[in-house]
Write a protein of this length. Structure first.
Length: 308
């Protein structure tokens, strides 16, 4: 694609990308000092053009790509000099999920596909001890309910998903590659759940009463001149950015390939959307000018630095 210039003008193969990784990490392309700078995080999990994080208990150095109709992932595991390349002709999380599974297999592990999971019969009363709310993040709750003989999970801002038992404590979804394990006390009542998805295990403690409900966002009045400090373009990945614009006394955000939404202040630096359950926090310098924004979405905090 020509419109995004170099971000969309790359054509490659799995073999070519393997050669690239062998050259990069084999010392054939850049100096050891430069490679170290690339692969040491300086902002969250991001180095110089590379993401560095732990997946399946190992360091993974990677970068994904995405454009209309395609998603990719190129990952390198320094511990055993393993390269995983996934080129997918579809949008979504498949590239990351397949890469995680390939790494697991290469390490001698076992991958169970959703189609291979077996539904078992359990006493529905067991599930009643799991019904409740579980907090994955300050603004992200996963609710567990039962509708007759159907077991349901629903996360903040998302639709209902049926989950199926493969044991008294272990359940799986069919529409996404995700599993849930309930951790119980001596009375069999769940105290937390563990969400297994994308090579990560996310622990969510059970919460009760007011803590089980999300904080209601309340719009306040701020001086619209503050908005001028935030107007600009913020980039969180090579192919994904969020543009902040002002129209009179209103502030808007628009992410790559998404509609434009108005955002509403609940403090000078904290804003929320009414159309979806997302929030934005602006990080500012000493003069009050935004240097980055943090998108709070689906239980994750996505940092996007300001670019001019």
């Amino acid at each position: 694609m020509t419109i995004p210039l170099s971000a969309g003008a790359l054509y490659s193969t799995t073999e070519d990308l393997l050669r690239w990784e062998q050259g990069l990490f084999g010392g054939k392309l850049i100096s050891p000092a430069s490679l170290k700078k690339m692969t040491v995080p300086f902002k969250n999990d991001y180095g110089f053009g590379l993401s560095i994080r732990a997946v399946n208990g190992q360091e993974q150095i990677d970068h994904g790509g995405g454009i209309e109709g395609f998603n990719t992932l190129l990952a390198y595991y320094p511990a055993d000099k393993l390269t995983v390349v996934v080129l997918a002709n579809l949008n979504g999380s498949a590239a990351q999920e397949i890469a995680t599974d390939l790494h697991t297999l290469a390490e001698g592990g076992t991958v169970v596909l959703t189609s291979e999971r077996k539904v078992v019969k359990i006493d529905q009363k067991i599930f009643d001890s799991y019904v409740g709310s579980y907090r994955l993040a300050p603004n992200f709750i996963r609710k567990i309910t039962r509708e007759g003989d159907r077991f349901i999970t629903q996360a903040t801002g998302q639709g209902q998903v049926e989950i199926f038992p493969e044991g008294d404590h272990d359940f799986f979804a069919k529409v996404v590659n995700a599993q849930i394990t309930f951790v119980t006390n001596s009375q069999g009542r769940a105290t937390e759940l563990i969400l297994h998805q994308g090579g990560r295990d996310q622990h969510a403690p059970r919460v009760e009463g007011a803590a089980a409900e999300l904080k209601e966002h309340k719009e306040i009045q701020v001086d619209p001149k503050i908005f001028d400090r935030y107007v600009g373009n913020y980039q969180s990945a090579p192919n994904f950015s969020i543009r902040i614009t002002r129209e009179g006394d209103h502030l808007f955000e628009q992410a790559t390939n998404q509609p434009k939404f108005e955002i509403f202040p609940e403090s000078d630096k904290d804003y929320f959307l009414k159309a979806v359950d997302d929030q934005i926090t602006f990080v500012t310098d000493a003069q009050g000018r935004a240097t980055e924004l943090i998108l709070h979405q689906a239980g994750a905090d996505q940092h996007a630095r300001r670019v001019e």
